[in-house]
Design a binder for this molecule. Sequence first.
Ligand code: MSP
Length: 644
Amino acid sequence: MQDKYYLTTPIYYVNAAPHIGHAYTTIVADLIKRFQSMQGKHAVLTTGSDEHGVNVERAAERAGKTPIAYTDVIAAEFERQWQQLGLQVDHFQRTSSPQHARVVNDLFARCRDNGYIYKGAYTGQYCIFDNLYVNDAKPGDPCPDCGRPTETITEENFFFKLSAFGERLLELYEREPKFIQPETRRNEVMAFVKQGLTDLSITRSNIKWGIPVEGEAPHVFYVWFDALTAYMSAVEGEGMWPADLHLIGKEIVRFHAIYWPAFLMAAGLELPKRIFAHGWLLFEESKMSKSRGNIVRPEPIRRVMGVDALRYFLLREVVFGQDGSFSYDALVGRYNSDLANGLGNLASRTLTMIRQYNAGAVPAGTGAPAIAELARTTAASMIASFAEFEFSKGLEAVWALLSATDKYIVEQAPWTLLKKGAEGRAALDDTLYTAAEVVRIATALLAPVLPESTAKIWAQLGMTEPLASVRLDQLAWGQLTAGQKIGEVAGVFPRIDAKVAIPEMRALEEEEAARQAALLGKTLAPPAAPVAEGSPKITIDDFAKVDLRVARVLTAEPVKGANKLLHLTIDVGEAEPRTLVAGIAEAYQPEQLVGRKVVIVANLEPRKLRGITSNGMIVAASVEGGKPVLAGFLEDVPVGARLK
Ligand code: MSP
């Protein structure tokens, strides 16, 4: 009986096609699946799509489609991309599937039977215009979509008694210190739970596009109760539950580390063993996301550099668990230095020597003891690092072995040994055996990370056992058979010229964006203009919405505990002075401001800053160094005058 290893990625929202942020989690999941399989585990990977909710309902409406027709297209696009990247996904679970709906209702029934669900009144902010619940908004907050004020609504919902689980969750985190990793996330979650948990509204009666609560029309399940259950419904009846690992991005830790175990405890079901939250991939300094328009897609990289180049970069360059930056320059740089020069060079050099000096057959030898020992410790430490999700550390260890072997070959100078008679021949054979054995071991160790290219090197080395069935935990020095014929030798990582490859990837990126936009109809926003080329154009009507006025500063004082803020009262020519909080304290002393005429945005939604409600915003230029410079007039202007 094989041990099982069940792992998941988040199920992705279907409001956009996948970018390398989504690919990041899915690639790491694929790597872990391969790594576990190569240690004899029966590893199963679930990913999928999170399809319900008002946002999807509305996006479908805008595209002139039914919600299901809309999500069909995007879910298929995700699935297709994972296939194209060669990711070994076992289950692509869609939350719109009837089978999933049944499992969600089962979970609900179990929680309800155990007394953890009750009907109550939900009070929250809601945008009537957008038909949107605005989570975490306070009365008066604007709708994030349209900016209109939200309304406070009260409706009957089902609630989950999350408040009953604080102690049990804290016990869980204490008992299983690795339940949430990395440590920083665990601390965050524990601090949050210690503050006390409030009950959770888990249904809505105002949304149509959701899983109906059986026998409780018009209630449908609301986001997380539905979405998290996909991890279980995907493997229903397969004996895979509980999950050994949920891989997630750091922004959804609370849902996974608090809600999810609480739901399962309430239902009397087994808990996942580990949750690992990785950091964000940043592009041009901020989190890659569709709404920011700063996304990079995996497909152009795959086409120009191969999928292994992307996998290697993500795993080696970004410390798993921390944020990391993506750039095309760094991608090409890593590829050339570590893959073309490092691994690729050692493999082709070794194989070429075997061809040249030993007629293409692996010579007999025992190998250099120091390198053999280093290979043994490298395998052990890489396996240990990977088991702890320290991928870059594990890869560094393998690269240390590769460069030690390179150095050893140079020291041995095989090309001179040939001329040294029988003794020289024996030394040459041993050198070649050492190099080939390192290539074999490194190739096997790297197979989970670089599946395409290691398969090629493996074949060139003349190995007949399928690479995927090699047991990493049973790798040992000396398993390479003398006399084995090597295959055709061909470079696996040709050097890449950044000047050619990067423009090519950028061009393909545009093509890909256009293809996806066409695929989704009117559903995708046009790509945001890059900041350097100026902001998107607006119409005169857009501008007319901004009420800019001349105002005079009446009083100014610092805001306690906030270095940048000043608390101002201003005269805008209205009956009463207004209060305003401005982030200009580092550039202006309060006394410089009193009496001064400034420009303000008079019709901005009020905002609370440090407990002070700010009614408007002061207009200033943002100059290099980040200091604001107040807008003003050379001529005298009356207070209250409108800028047009
Ligand atoms: N649907 C929810 C998850 C429900 S799971 C039961 C969701 N979907 S999402 O489409 O927004 O995907 C979020 C996940 O995508 C992140 O947690 C992370 O795994 C991945 N990433 C999306 N953008 C990313 C980056 N820029 N960087 C790294 N990972 C990113 O949240």
